[in-house]
Design a protein. Sequence first.
Length: 66
Amino acid sequence: MADNHGNTPAAWAAVALALLGFVVGSVGMMLSPVNYVVFWIGVALVVIAGVAFVVLSKMGYHVESH
């Protein structure tokens, strides 16, 4: 296991984006009637979070700071 335990800018950015995506998707499912456009926007944000993590990792933001 890594010493940083995910405490890197890349990990924080990915988690924040994924959390936002889950919230948006959940709101879309709770609306009456269900708003699938909002739901799929949330799904897209979760996918973007994964892509952002990979990109930020390749840029060097997933390294231990100390």
